[in-house]
Each structure stands twice: as C-alpha cells, then as structure tokens.
Write a protein that binds this ligand. Structure first.
Ligand SMILES: Nc1nc2c(ncn2[C@@H]2O[C@H](COP(=O)(O)OP(=O)(O)OP(=O)(O)O)[C@@H](O)[C@H]2O)c(=O)[nH]1
Ligand SMILES: [Mg+2]
Length: 385
C-alpha cells in the first residue's frame, strides 16, 4: 500500500476521514520525548524533510545538531493535492543527565495536561471559540538502543504519558543494533510493556474501515513491528543506484532511513501521517481529553497517583445542567469582575492625567521662579558694575 515513490499520501485517506480531519481544522500535534541525545531532534528533522517536499516549512530549526534545552514548538504545513494539514511538533529536552532524574517526566506530563486544561477553559467561555489548541495527539517515546531492556525511568515515564495521550514507543538509533539484537530487544520491550500494563497506541483492527483486507493487513503489519525501530539522519548519501537518500554512513555501507529492510521509519510515518492520523486525533478528543475533563470536574486528580492529572480543579464547570447554575453565577461574577477592573483602570488613568496636570503646573511655577531669579542675578550684576 505504501509505495516508495509515492508522496506521503494523506490525500489518499478514505473520503470520510479526509472530511472529518478537514472540518476539525486539520491540525496534528506530535510530541517527541526520551533521554538526552537519543536522536529526537534529528528524527523530527528527518520526518519533515521527507514529508514537506511540496510545502513551505516554517521550521525555524537550524541544521546543525544542538542539545535541546527547552520545550520547542515547531510548526509546519503539510500539503498534498487538495489536502492540507497543519503540524505542530513539540520537541522536548532529553532527560537523563540531571543528578535527580526521578521527576524528569514532569515537564512532559505538565505540558500535556496544560494543553487539555487550556482547551477545556476555552470551551467553557461563553462563545466557546477555541483559538488555541495544542493538545498532543501522539507522543513518540524514544528508547535508547541498549539491547537490554527498559529502564525504571522509561517505565515510569511511559506509564504517566500513556494515561494522558497516545503513546508510541520507538527504538532510537536502531542502526546501532544488529538484526538479531534488534529482534530480541523488541520482544523484551513488548514483554515489559505488557507486564507493566502500559497502554500504548495500536492501530485498531476492528475498525469499520478495516473491512478492506488491505487496510487490515497494513494495520496488522504496523502492530507486528511495534515498537518501531527508527533511524534519523539529516544527511543524504548515494544509495548505489544514483539516488540521494537519507541515510547513515558506515565504512561498510549505508543504512537507509526509508528502507523497510533497514528500519521501520516508513511504517511509523504511515501510522502518524496517513493511516492512523484520524484515530490519533479522535482518540485524543474522545478518550484522553474526556478523561482529563472528567477527572478535573470530579476534582479527583492527585499528584500521588500517576494515572491522574496532577492539578486540582480551578473551577467546576461543564455542559451538564447540574452545573448550569454554578456556571451562570460564575459568568456573572466574571463579568462583574471585569467591570470593576475596568472602573479601576479608568480611575487610575484619570489619576495619571491629574498628576500630569499638577506636575505641569509645578513645572511652570519652577520655570517662572528660575526666570525671576535669573533676572535678579542680572539686576545685581548690573548694579555691581
Ligand atoms: N547512529 C545514529 N545516530 C543518530 C541517530 N539519530 C541521531 N543521531 C545522532 O545522535 C546525536 C544526538 O542527536 P539529537 O537529535 O540532537 O538528540 P536529541 O534526542 O534531540 O538530544 P537532546 O535534545 O539533547 O535531548 C547526534 O549526533 C545525531 O547525529 C540515528 O538514528 N542513528
Ligand atoms: Mg533535541
């Protein structure tokens, strides 16, 4: 289904999906996270270089490699035929070199929660005009290619992410492992994920769409390949057939990014931007956002429980009629506050004007006095002569 030469192919989404994605404004937000130096930023640049051929990328990303030191939001426009998708990429600084690592997931988890929170608040406004939506639709969790297994930090972080967003674990820098090592590593990771009951995103197999055997087969292949082994590279090399391809170069040859025999990059790209784009967007709204909203309204979020958003609810509002009265009261309170604030501002403005007038008056007085003194001096000097 995904031929090498074809464009990424979001315009090939079945019609209905295309329509829904468009109506939703066609925004997709992807987050990358994991230990420092595992290749997150490189991967983002690789993904964009291969998908944004026809589009004007607004990426303000340098091409040299640098350590990411703060959460970075990259925006780009993905365009194909008559399909257009706005992509936000949340690049996060890697963790792993802090002395105290046990809360290194906090920034990531806070970011995800904050976006849900911001969306919820905007929805609650009288006109429900949502202007700013950075809810994360998919989180790529980069696993260091140790060949051993998952670290406690990986497990802790993935658990927390998985209750808030669609988690997709990936094996970073898979070119550093042999086929056999990679195979065993994948099995081990899958076992840990299962044993720890970490809920990762998997393409649905029983979708209405999956009545198409080809779609079903593709989904099956994607699931089988998880966690995806990926390679990132911002450099291109000759693949021996006169084509320049994104790859990593070794003395014995090159490892190609977009070669299914070398890694799962294309499978992951397909899942993210093509076959499961809509699943990711819809499940974020229907499952993760709704869970967040429910927990906030219950006020049951607790920092102790990793499965719950950390912050207590600021106010209880919903479209539930039970809260209607409270909502109206709050709206009135809010309006009154704004009015009072406006009044206060006017008063303050008036005070400033008064003060300026007073100072101007003072200034004139002082200037007059200076003039008088100058005249006196002149008169005295004249007398002296
Ligand atoms: N072998 C190999 N090296 C890679 C791969 N991807 C990135 N690298 C190299 O790994 C180094 C770190 O890459 P970055 O993309 O900056 O890593 P990062 O995860 O963004 O790092 P922080 O921003 O510090 O968290 C660079 O020297 C990359 O060239 C890969 O797939 N394979
Ligand atoms: Mg980085």
């Amino acid at each position: 289904m995904t031929s090498d030469k074809a464009p990424v192919g979001i315009s090939n989404l079945p019609n209905q999906r295309y329509k829904i994605v468009s109506e939703n404004g066609g925004v997709f937000t992807l987050m990358v996270c994991g230990e420092s130096g595992v290749g997150k930023t490189t991967f983002v640049n690789t993904l964009f270089q291969t998908t944004l051929k026809h589009a004007d990328s607004q990426q303000r990303r340098h091409l040299g490699i640098k350590r990411t030191v703060e959460i970075d939001v990259l925006r780009a426009q993905l365009e194909e035929k008559n399909f257009s998708l706005r992509v936000n990429v949340i690049d996060t600084p890697g963790f792993g070199d802090n002395v105290n690592n046990n809360k290194s997931w906090q920034t990531i988890v806070d970011f995800i929660d904050d976006q849900h929170d911001s969306y919820m608040r905007q929805e609650q406004q009288p006109y429900r005009d949502v202007k700013f939506d950075l809810r994360v639709h998919a989180v790529l969790y980069f696993i260091r290619p140790t060949g051993h297994g998952l670290k406690p930090l990986d497990i802790e972080t993935m658990k927390r992410i998985s209750t808030r967003a669609n988690l997709i674990p990936v094996i970073a820098k898979s070119d550093t492992l042999t086929q056999k090592e990679l195979h065993d590593f994948k099995i081990r990771i899958r076992q840990v994920i299962e044993a720890q009951e970490i809920r990762i995103f998997t393409p649905p197999l029983d979708d209405s769409d999956a009545s198409d055997p080809a779609v079903k087969e593709h989904a099956r292949q994607l699931i089988e390949a998880m966690p995806f082994a990926i390679i990132g590279s911002e450099k291109k090399f000759d693949n021996g057939q006169g084509q320049l391809v994104a790859a990593r170069k070794y003395p014995w040859g090159i490892v190609e990014v977009e070669n299914d025999a070398h890694c799962d990059f294309r499978k992951l790209r397909s899942l993210l931007l093509r076959t499961n784009l809509l699943d990711l967007i819809l499940s974020t709204q229907e499952s993760h956002f709704e869970t967040y909203r429910r927990l906030r309204l219950d006020g049951s979020g607790s920092p102790e429980d990793p499965s719950l958003p950390a912050r207590a609810p600021a106010r209880k509002l919903s479209h539930n009629p039970r809260f209607k009265e409270e909502e109206n009261a709050l709206k009135k309170y809010f309006t009154d506050q704004v009015k009072a604030e406006e009044q206060r501002f006017r008063q303050w403005e008036q005070n400033i004007v008064n003060e300026r007038t007073r100072l101007n008056g003072d200034l004139e007085e002082v200037q007059a006095k200076v003039k008088r003194l100058e005249e006196e001096v002149r008169a005295l000097q004249a007398r002296k002569r």
